[in-house]
Design a protein around this ligand. Structure first.
Ligand code: DI6
Ligand code: FE
Length: 404
């Protein structure tokens, strides 16, 4: 075996391929460069090598996928959290310049280097739990230079960290003050001026839009997503988070990779998500933090076989967390997902929500050598505990790091 070949032994593998966990006790994983060259029961392993890594009886899952984050931003909103608990309303806070626009102000003022340092710290917290792929949106710039700056930071994170980064252009996150009262003009600016620059600099893999009463309406969302498709980018949507504007139907009809939040998605609209392969991305962190009570239509998503992904929605306003493992417990406790469904949500279905299922999300021959190592006996323990991190090692593209 050469130095780019490693044999991992003495572990239970949870492949997440097929209808169950895909458990292989006393397994071996042969990694060659950044690929899985062989995986199965150690007794059947075709290679015997001195360059072996003993995982000490740990449980190995596919590398975790956080398929919805807003990791690149400056400032925080802890003051607003305190104000709200002292009785201030969202309207009071917005009037005082709070909310998304306070994060936009801080992000516009921050340098690319300082934004990189802030986001890298957040990404490292996710990686320490076993995350190997993360989706990162823009959306706190809302002008040409700042949106490009945020996307350059996201691109740099993927280049400088042992982490796969999928970048999403979310210029249609909120209406900036320069376009106050003129949302249609802002959408035209995004589609005709900013999107072409994002594409020419190759700064995004997908485009997203916040389709909501406090965001953009259905027609403005359609315009943004149609322009994104015409520019050759994948599309996603923040839909039905606070009301039912039929954004999920629109995005699925346009072939979106995912429809995200969907607390207010009408169960009767779920069949419209099938056929296009669109994944539903559940975001229990924002649901919990906003003390939302309207549950996503989980039973209908299950009935119609819509892949359910799960993500942190890490952002300073409605989901200020850097723990994807916590989302597992929240998905089970708040949304009543089973532990198997929840773990699918941050592995194989997280990969689907990013259009990366051929590359990652399960532990199978020739997939990327992305896996997480946990000091637990059964995968359900990952959802059972909350606020705990049993990750003792992580392999990203064949680069292994032990945390023991
Ligand atoms: N939905 C959300 O919950 C966040 N953005 C979005 O589209 C809120 C972002 C923030 O409050 O900073
Ligand atoms: Fe979000």
């Amino acid at each position: 075996m050469t130095s780019t070949e490693q044999l991992f032994v003495n572990c239970t593998v949870c492949t997440m391929a097929g209808d169950d966990y895909g458990l292989i006790p006393d397994a071996a994983i042969w990694v060659r460069k950044d690929r899985i060259a062989w995986i199965g029961a150690r007794r059947d392993c075709p290679v015997n090598s001195s360059h072996r890594i003993d995982l000490q009886g740990a449980l190995v899952t596919p590398g975790l996928v956080d398929c919805h984050t807003h990791l690149v931003y400056a400032g925080h909103r802890g003051n607003e959290f305190e104000a709200r608990l002292n009785g201030a309303s969202y309207a009071d806070i917005a009037k005082a310049g709070g909310g998304i626009m306070s994060t936009v102000k801080a992000s516009r003022a921050a340098s690319e280097d300082s934004l990189f340092a802030l986001a890298a710290t957040r990404a490292n917290r996710l990686m320490r739990e076993g995350v190997t792929t993360v989706e990162i949106k823009s959306g706190y710039g809302l002008d040409q230079d700042s949106e490009l700056k945020l996307l350059r930071v996201a691109t740099r994170l993927g280049r400088e960290l042992p982490l796969t980064v999928q970048r999403t252009f979310l210029g249609a996150h909120a209406l900036p003050p320069e376009f106050a009262g003129r949302p249609d003009d802002y959408i035209d600016f995004l589609c005709q001026t900013l999107l072409p620059l994002v594409v020419s600099e190759q700064l995004a893999d997908a485009v997203d839009v916040f389709c909501e009463g406090i965001g953009f309406n259905l027609e403005q969302s359609r315009k943004m997503l149609v322009a994104a498709k015409a520019a050759g980018l994948a599309i996603k949507i923040h839909a039905e988070q606070l009301s039912d504007l039929k954004g999920a139907r629109l995005a699925a009809a346009l072939g979106a990779l995912s429809v995200d939040h969907i607390e207010y998605l009408d169960p009767a609209d779920v069949p419209a998500l099938t056929g296009s392969g669109t994944a539903a991305v559940l975001l229990p962190g924002a649901f919990y933090y906003l003390r939302e009570t309207k549950l996503p239509p989980i039973a209908s998503l299950r009935e119609h076989g819509v892949p359910m992904a799960l993500a942190t929605d890490s952002n300073p306003g409605t989901s200020p967390t850097h723990s994807l493992l916590l989302m597992l417990n929240m998905a089970c406790t708040l949304f009543r997902l089973t532990p198997l469904e929840a773990l699918r949500g941050i592995t194989v279905n997280g990969a689907r929500a990013l259009g990366m299922a051929a590359e990652i999300g399960t532990l199978e021959l020739n997939k990327r050598a992305d896996f997480a190592v946990f000091a637990i006996d059964h995968p359900a323990e990952l959802s059972y505990r909350f606020g705990d991190n049993p990750c003792v090692g992580r392999c990203a593209g064949g680069e292994y790091q032990s945390y023991r």
